[in-house]
Every structure is written in structure tokens, then in C-alpha cells.
Design a protein around this ligand. Structure first.
Ligand code: CP
Ligand code: NVA
Length: 305
């Protein structure tokens, strides 16, 4: 079976914990994994902007002994060739494909026709790689996330959807506060319920943040939402993560943000740059998490084992 990393709901809890354990092991002893992907290449397709995902996948491949090739403007991807045909061709050259795109259907089409692992580097619907780094970061600072409570405050977007998947798979409670018109879809909430997850929704940021072990937010205007910027800024103004909201959470509550961040919009500078913020560790962990995901997808084991 080809090991795709498409979404957290498509992998079971044991597999996800295994990938996370591998990421932690690689972070701890990078030298033991320095050549596990020697001779292997990752194709990276970016149909949307990226700093962290681009650099962490590229550097991650290098640190595991492999390399990467990026396809962006100048390639035929998504324009003069179907995703399925691109998948068939790339599968003859490379060992894995990472894609950042708008529609989840493009990711599915690519995975269905690729004979090598496909990794979701973000779509409009989800951002699973981000969550592996986020869980890793929480656990480095606070121990096991199972049984803890995380508050998502702001837009019910792609990153929020992956937090919902993660809550179910890693066994923590997720309290989500969004304006009604920017809530996560009923399908997602129904899925969490069917899976026995503890996911609660509200329109009140303070209610969600009360006693949370971590408060998480993201930009109010995701890539592709620029036309709605004014409307979103108005709707989301009551959801800014500020010191008062952090004080509503537990005294030990961490602040997480996938970045890029917009100080003065979804988060104040005081919180973003304050003592409870772990956003730089979170950004660093994209690299270590990516390496775990790549090693798992390509079935790489520690040298000598
Ligand atoms: N958090 C994240 O995915 O960042 P980039 O958009 O810079 O890749
Ligand atoms: N929700 C954001 C995440 C960026 C990493 C976006 O899709 O633009």
C-alpha cells in the first residue's frame, strides 16, 4: 500500500502517534537519520504561496540524505495537463509528491493516479502537516495532549479543520469559537461526533478559552479569501486573541499560531511576542514533523536498525 499523508482523518491514531514518535526521534538524534532517504527525491508542487512548508520540506529532505525539486509557475501543472497525468509522470521520476493547492479534489486526483506517496501541504480544506508540528510543540511544553483542552478562536478554516481531526485522533477536547457564518462545516462536526470526539462549538471566544491548555488562532483572511477581507475583519473583530482572552484560559495556557501572523488582527503583539507564545518552536517543529512524515511515507528506518 502506498503511504499517502492526505488528511488526519484518513489515518488511524496509532499510525499518527507512530509518525509523531518518529519525528521526535529524528529531532533528538538527527545523525542517526542523516542518510535514510539517500538517493530519494520529493517533488513539491506549490499552487499557493508558502515559506515554512516550502523550506521545511526541502531542508528536511536534504537532512535525510535526499533532495527535492519544485514545480511552480513554468510547469504544466494544473494548466495544460490533468493532475492525474502529472501524477503518472512524476511517479516515474520521484519517490514522493507534496502538493499545496486550493481544491481538495486536486489532491485526491493526484493521489489516485500517483504510484508514489502524496503529501497534503495544505488545501482550502485542511493542513494536516501543520498539526503534526502543533501537537509535537504542545507535548514538548506540556506533556501528553490526550485529555487536555485546546481552544480554537477565529475563522473556521482549513487549519481549524485539521485541529478537529487531530482532537479526535489524539484524544483531546477542542472548543471552537467562530462567528456563525465562518463555522466549521456540519459534516466535520458530525464526523467528530461519530468518532466519539469531544468537540464543542460556540460563538463566544471567552467561553471557548475558559480553562483551555492552549489557545490557537490563524489569519482571518486565508489565501483565496482576499475578496472577503473587509467582511471578515468586521465579523472576526470580537475574536482577537489578546491578553484578556489568554487570562481567561488557564495560567499555563500556551498560544499557538501556524503563521504567517498578523499582529493587531487575529492576535495582539503582546500575546504573539509574549511568554506564553510558542510560535517559533511551532515553526521549527514543521521541519522535524516533516522529516517524520517523509520517513514514514518512504518507509525509512534508522540507520543500522
Ligand atoms: N504555516 C504554514 O504552512 O506556513 P507557510 O504558508 O509559510 O508554508
Ligand atoms: N489558513 C491559512 C493558513 C496558512 C498556512 C491559509 O490557508 O492561508
Amino acid at each position: 500500500m502506498t503511504r499517502h499523508f492526505l488528511d488526519l482523518d484518513q489515518l488511524d491514531s496509532g499510525t499518527l502517534r507512530g509518525i509523531l514518535d518518529l519525528s521526535v526521534a529524528i529531532k533528538k538524534r538527527p545523525a542517526a537519520y542523516a542518510n535514510v532517504l539517500a538517493g530519494r527525491t520529493l517533488a513539491m508542487i506549490f499552487e499557493k504561496a508558502s515559506t515554512r512548508t516550502r523550506v521545511s520540506f526541502d531542508v528536511g529532505m536534504r537532512q535525510l540524505g535526499g533532495g527535492s525539486v519544485e514545480l511552480g509557475s513554468g510547469s504544466h501543472v494544473g494548466e495544460r495537463e490533468t493532475m492525474a497525468d502529472t501524477a503518472r509522470v512524476l511517479s516515474r521520476y520521484v519517490d514522493a509528491i507534496m502538493i499545496r493547492t486550493d481544491g481538495p479534489e486536486k489532491l485526491t486526483e493526484l493521489a489516485q493516479s500517483a504510484s508514489v506517496p502524496v503529501i497534503n501541504g495544505l488545501t482550502d480544506r485542511s493542513h494536516p502537516c501543520q498539526l503534526m508540528a502543533d501537537i509535537m510543540t504542545f507535548e514538548e511544553h506540556r506533556g501528553p495532549i490526550a485529555g487536555r483542552t485546546v481552544a480554537w478562536v477565529g475563522d473556521g478554516n482549513n487549519v481549524a479543520a485539521s485541529w478537529l481531526h487531530a482532537a479526535v485522533r489524539f484524544g483531546f477536547a477542542l472548543h471552537i469559537a467562530t462567528p456563525p457564518s465562518l463555522a466549521l462545516s456540519q459534516d466535520l462536526l458530525d464526523w467528530a461526533k461519530r468518532e466519539g470526539g469531544d468537540v464543542q462549538t460556540t460563538t463566544d471566544a471567552k467561553e471557548a478559552a475558559a480553562k483551555a491548555d492552549a489557545v490557537v488562532t490563524d489569519t482571518w483572511v486565508s489565501m483565496g479569501d482576499d475578496d472577503e477581507r473587509d467582511r471578515r475583519l468586521k465579523l472576526l473583530a470580537p475574536y482577537q486573541v489578546d491578553q484578556t482572552l489568554m487570562d481567561t484560559a488557564g495560567p499555563e495556557a500556551l498560544f499557538l499560531h501556524c503563521l504567517p501572523a498578523h499582529r493587531g488582527e487575529e492576535v495582539t503583539a503582546e500575546v504573539m511576542d509574549g511568554p506564553r507564545s510558542v510560535v517559533w518552536d511551532e515553526a521549527e517543529n514543521r521541519l522535524h514533523a516533516q522529516k517524520g512524515i517523509l520517513a514514514w511515507c518512504l518507509n525509512a528506518t534508522e540507520q543500522g536498525s
